[in-house]
Design a protein around this ligand. Structure first.
Ligand code: F6R
Length: 593
């Protein structure tokens, strides 16, 4: 959470910082602020709410340009979203922006208060500024930063300005941070999207690195020794912030799905590349992830068990870390993450690695901590996802798990259904068809957008799909929604069923169709409005409002249903006038535990 950017150079600093903040807004949007150097004095301008509010404030001030500055967009963790808690924080000679959480901030704060420091915010970040200012009394800047690193417990990416020094300082532990190297100056940023307008050359900072940026040079230090780091180049096609004419990033990203699926399938069209997907050496798999990525794992669990015959469990990363782990000699842990920066998933990965268990990541961001630290990875390559609610990255996570199950089943000689790899190539066109048929979902959209509560029910793989459909709807439309295993509803939750409450049954599994339909009947007889989303051939029940999609095979049908559910969530949120790309209280990348 939180996005940070810093710039030192010849371009208009305020403009660079604001552009960067807009690009980083997906990481948090409770408040934002900049600190800039004007006539050798640091001015801090902060505002509650979106970056556009900050821009208005800055315009009112009619400020002169600055030679360097740092800026921040916040997702509140320590302290509510108010002006005092907004970054940057200035204490004494130190002004900084912070992404992360300092676990020992209270202890440090108590000691600093004894030294005479006063605090204006509830944040842990202000404590970092005070500690650094205190250390600077007796130490050089670099030594003070080293002391700070030793003192802080927790995660941080920091951009720092120190009065009297015309340099920017950057350091990180666990939260992401890179430095950008441009023709007209240098940058620090939480991710490359913030600076791609200005440069595609960047260096990823590793834990413990300290970067010093001047307008025409930069240095990176590790433990006070200067080191050389590889300069990477970003390909801008993958990180465009453009909505391509669509009204929202979420819609644009759903529209991207046929193309990104097709790209993924091309990557594995040659059976030599199947080595990456073949998990036949493993006897058990734990899938560990958060939110939608975990729900992608639930689809994978059904397919891996059914086709590859590998016992598979799925865990929320926040739980997995603390549970007793029971591994056999051939266990694989699969981490799934779009951002590759989700704190709980990273922590789970590190713990598993320490135990010597093999790890595989299905990850979208190739520069991320997970992509860099995991034993082996499969990149989803969905391109950048800007909308806070994941769509195309989730779909590719499911596609990768489908391909893994298919290839592993094939390698183990278990594939009984007559499915060839070419069948997967039908998917992009079918997703395209689902998108084009949006008029067929209008009645369902209209019913849901008038409801304050609804349920999704399904069995087996259809339950996994319901989990994602329900999450998508609730996070963007704010309608209360729950997903249930269809047979479980009557064990308590059915008491919530009232007249006209929508219950959406997902049915793609012919063996479970009758069971799910009878569960739907149970709630309909108590007044619920039943809706069925199903595949051709399973749609012979006329009494329900239905959405019917073209049936393909078990590896693909779930992906098609999810696309329908994503579109429904989008249009329901649109009907309700919600802030679709930036739903309240959320941020794209959850870098706190
Ligand atoms: C929901 C959503 C979240 C993420 C979750 C994990 O639309 O986007 O539930 O799936 O926060 O994030 P990553 O995949 O970045 O680890």
């Amino acid at each position: 959470m939180c996005g940070i950017i810093g710039y030192i150079g010849k371009d208009n600093t305020v403009e660079v910082l604001l552009n960067g903040l807009y690009a980083l807004e997906y990481r948090g949007y409770d408040s934002s602020g900049v600190a800039i150097n004007i006539d050798n004095k640091i001015s801090v301008i902060r505002s509650v709410g979106r970056v556009s509010k900050l821009e208005e404030e800055i315009k009112k001030l009619n400020i002169k340009d600055s030679i360097y500055g740092i800026a921040h967009t916040r997702w509140a963790t320590n302290g509510e979203a108010n002006i005092n808690n907004a970054h940057p924080h200035k204490v004494g000679k130190v002004t900084l922006v912070h992404n992360g959480i300092i676990e020992n901030a209270n202890v440090l704060k108590r000691n600093l208060i004894k030294e005479g420091y006063q605090f204006n915010s509830d944040t842990d970040s202000e404590v970092i500024a005070a500690f650094l200012d205190y250390s600077l009394r007796d130490n050089s800047i670099l030594d003070s930063i080293e002391l700070l690193k030793r003192k802080l417990v927790g995660s941080y990416a920091l951009g720092i300005i120190i009065d009297g020094s015309d340099e920017l300082y950057a350091l990180r532990k666990d939260s992401p941070l890179l430095i950008g190297i441009g023709n007209k100056g240098n940058f620090l940023a939480s991710d490359i999207t913030a600076i791609i307008k200005y440069t595609s050359d960047y260096i990823l900072l590793d834990v413990g690195d300290v970067a010093i940026l001047k307008n025409d040079s930069y240095e990176v230090y590790k433990e006070n020794k200067k080191i050389n780091k590889e300069i990477l180049k970003s390909t801008s096609s993958n990180i465009s912030n453009d909505k391509n004419g669509y009204s929202h990033h979420m819609l644009k990203e759903i529209m991207d799905e046929p193309q990104v699926i097709s790209n993924l399938l091309d990557r594995y069209s040659n059976s030599d590349s199947w080595k990456e997907l073949d998990l036949s050496e493993y006897k058990s798999i734990d899938i560990v992830a958060c939110g939608s990525a975990m729900y992608a794992g639930l689809v994978g669990q059904v397919l891996l068990e059914e086709y590859a015959e590998i016992k598979t469990n799925v865990y929320a990363a926040s739980e997995y870390r603390y549970k007793k782990k029971i591994y056999n000699d051939k266990t694989l842990v699969i981490l799934i993450s779009q951002s590759g920066e989700t704190a709980d998933t990273i922590a789970a990965m590190r713990e598993v690695k320490k135990l010597g268990i093999d790890t595989l990541a299905i990850v979208n961001n190739s520069n991320s901590t997970i992509a860099r630290e995991v034993d082996r990875k499969i990149l989803t390559e969905a391109g950048v996802e800007i909308a806070v609610a994941t769509t195309k990255a989730y779909v590719l996570q499911v596609c990768v798990l489908s391909l893994i199950s298919y290839v592993t089943s094939y390698k183990k000689g278990l594939l009984k259904d007559k499915i060839s790899y070419n069948d997967f190539y039908k998917l992009p066109d079918l997703v395209d068809l689902v998108i084009k048929n949006v008029d067929n979902y209008k009645e369902v959209i209209s019913i849901l957008s008038k409801s304050e509560s609804c349920f999704f029910i399904g069995r087996g793989i259809d339950y996994a799909i319901c989990m994602e459909g329900s999450l998508k709807l609730k996070e963007v439309s704010y309608i209360h929604s729950e997903a249930y295993q269809a047979g479980e509803l009557k064990h308590g939750t059915i008491s919530l069923i009232e007249k006209d409450i929508p219950v959406v049954a997902v049915i793609t599994d012919k063996n479970l169709k009758e069971k799910t339909l009878s569960n739907l009947g149970e709630v309909e007889s108590r007044g619920a409005k039943g809706i069925v989303i199903t595949t051709e051939g399973l749609d012979d029940n006329d009494e329900h409002l239905k959405i019917v999609i073209k049936s393909t095979n078990r590896f693909l049908d779930s992906i098609l249903v999810v696309c329908v559910l994503q579109l429904i969530a989008y249009y329901v949120a649109l009907d309700r006038g919600c802030d679709i790309d930036k739903p309240r209280n959320l941020a794209k990348s959850v870098t706190v535990e």
